[in-house]
Design a protein around this ligand. Structure first.
Ligand SMILES: [Zn+2]
Ligand SMILES: [Zn+2]
Length: 105
């Protein structure tokens, strides 16, 4: 299959570079690509593109905030979050109290 210019009319059959399956680059999609100014044909079939999109979303949702733990400050009883798992029986301090203690040391 030679000639990569868009708009030669008709659906085009392309081969996905990811899964090796043939897929259709329809006239509608070609039009869409042309409107967007894309000069190249898609290299991946739709299922593969969707899968990549999904895995991209999953990566983004894995933020470090999930690694923080809600604790109650031993000094002021304020609820706060710490980036480590609190040890039972050990005092935990909110940021303010922690800084206060550090300053008094
Ligand atoms: Zn594919
Ligand atoms: Zn506190």
């Amino acid at each position: 299959m030679e000639g990569t210019s868009l708009g030669s009319g008709g659906d085009k059959q392309l081969v996905c570079t990811l899964c090796g399956q043939p897929f259709l680059f329809t006239v509608g999609e070609q039009e869409f690509y042309r409107q967007r100014g894309f000069l190249h044909e898609p290299k991946k079939c739709k299922p593969c593109r969707d899968r990549e999109k999904q895995s991209g979303n999953r990566k983004r949702s894995e933020n470090p905030a999930s690694q923080s733990f809600e604790v109650v400050c031993s000094t002021c009883q304020k609820t706060t979050r710490v980036p480590f798992r609190p040890i039972p029986g050990k005092p935990v301090y909110c940021r303010d109290c922690y800084l206060q203690i550090k300053r008094n040391q």
